[in-house]
Structure formats: structure tokens, C-alpha cells
Ligand binder design. Structure first.
Ligand SMILES: C[S@@+](CC[C@H](N)C(=O)[O-])C[C@H]1O[C@@H](n2cnc3c(N)ncnc32)[C@H](O)[C@@H]1O
Length: 215
């Protein structure tokens, strides 16, 4: 079978899912956004359900599914940290950059023994230069203890890290230009400027890749 690909999603993570037997199974994609992971998985499984609380992202995901002629994927507006997942009857749960203790707990309650839970989460070092962690970020140890408490054993846990190094402040600002609005709103922009003023010249992206199995 051709390699599993999805624009902007790490091939190393996609390989973890591609190595699973997905035929005939229902996959739940938590925090699906515009559905890029759900749409990539749809041809390999029986059914994919993407859930998200962002209605406009879900509308874009539905349009993309229709344009691709995919009939086995549906997108549902849900707060993934409030509702339970049992009603979706998932055999597999995946998530790309939407992870929290509440989500791991719900995955643990919805999956049968031996079922896979595969996700990418922000690592604690993601954008460390801004001095503020995402609420979705975990260290390796945090991931291990949260997953154990939710009833999972870890088969694979790795960190994909990319530390950009800049020769000057202009280059460092240009690298973060797409983040400026979001970072201004939550205070990280000013911390990043301070980091640059103090001589810092890096920007770190770090993601945890996890394949866990329900025990
Ligand atoms: C960084 S985006 C990733 C989107 C998608 N998985 C992808 O990789 O393209 C995080 C997504 O999680 C969704 N999200 C965050 N918290 C959520 C919650 N409590 N319930 C449902 N969706 C949530 C956001 O709306 C957003 O679409």
C-alpha cells in the first residue's frame, strides 16, 4: 500500500498509524480541525469520525471530504474534553495536536483492550523561547504518567524537535510572523521579543509522537 501522507503531518507519526491494521475499523480523530488526518485515514478504514468544537473548521473538512469523494468520513461538533467517546464506537483513536488529560481519559474509557491510541502532542519545549507552555504540552514523563492513569501502555514515544537558529533579530521575527497575532493575544509575543533583545536567536518546535495501547 502507498505510504500514508497528509500535508503538514509528520511522516514518522503517519507511519505509526500506517503500520496498524485499520481495515474494517472505525477511527475517531479528536480535534480534527479541517480534517487533514481524518481525510488521509479514510481510504484505509471502514469509517472515520472527526470531532472538533470549531464549526468553521468542520465545514471546511466536510467540503474537503466531498471534494475528495470520501463517503465514509463524517465531522461532528463536540467539545472533546466534555462529552464521552463511547457513542462513536471507536476501534482506534487518533489526535494531531489536540491532546489533554481529559482527552486521554475519555480515550481510555472508550477503547477496548488492545486498541490503539495514536497522537501528536506539543512537547513541553514547544516554543520554549516564549516562556509559556501550551495547555496541550506534555513532557515525556507527564505523557507516561497520564497515559498509565488512563489505562494505556506505551508502545512508542519519541520527540520530533526542530530548533531554528537565526543570524539576526529580523530573521527571528520573520520566522514567527504567522504566530504574531495569536502570541500578541496571549502575551507570548512580548516574551519572545524580550528573549531576542537578550540575545536569544532560536525558535524551538517540539512534538511528542505516541502510540499507546489500551491495557
Ligand atoms: C492545532 S489544531 C489541530 C487540528 C488538526 N488535528 C490538524 O492537525 O490539522 C487543534 C484543534 O483542536 C481543536 N480543539 C481544541 N480543544 C478542543 C476541545 N476541547 N474540543 C474539540 N476540539 C478542540 C481546535 O478547535 C483545533 O481545531
Amino acid at each position: 500500500m502507498a505510504p500514508l501522507t497528509a500535508g503538514g503531518i509528520s511522516p514518522a507519526f503517519l507511519k505509526l498509524l500506517a503500520d496498524e491494521r485499520l481495515g474494517g475499523l472505525t477511527v475517531l480523530d479528536v480535534g480534527t480541525g479541517r480534517g487533514r488526518l481524518a481525510l488521509a485515514l479514510a481510504p484505509r478504514c471502514d469509517r472515520v469520525i472527526g470531532i472538533d468544537r470549531d464549526e468553521s473548521a468542520l465545514a471546511a473538512a466536510r467540503q474537503a471530504a466531498a471534494a475528495a469523494g470520501l463517503r465514509n468520513v463524517e465531522f461532528v461538533a463536540v467539545d472533546a474534553e466534555a462529552g464521552e467517546y463511547l457513542g462513536f464506537a471507536p476501534d482506534v483513536i487518533a489526535a494531531h495536536l489536540c491532546m489533554s488529560t481529559a482527552i486521554a481519559e475519555r480515550a481510555g474509557r472508550a477503547l477496548a483492550r488492545g486498541a490503539p491510541f495514536a497522537f501528536v502532542a506539543f512537547h513541553a519545549d514547544q516554543w520554549r523561547e516564549t516562556g509559556r507552555r501550551s495547555r496541550f504540552a506534555w513532557s515525556e514523563d507527564e505523557a507516561a504518567s497520564i497515559l498509565a492513569a488512563a489505562g494505556f501502555s506505551i508502545e512508542h514515544l519519541s520527540v520530533e524537535r526542530d530548533v531554528q537558529e537565526f543570524s539576526g533579530v529580523e530573521q527571528a521575527l520573520a520566522a514567527a510572523i504567522g504566530l504574531e497575532e495569536k502570541w500578541r493575544a496571549d502575551g507570548r509575543w512580548f516574551r519572545y521579543i524580550k528573549f531576542l533583545e537578550e540575545g536569544g536567536r532560536t525558535l524551538t518546535r517540539a512534538h511528542l509522537h505516541v502510540m499507546a495501547r489500551k491495557t
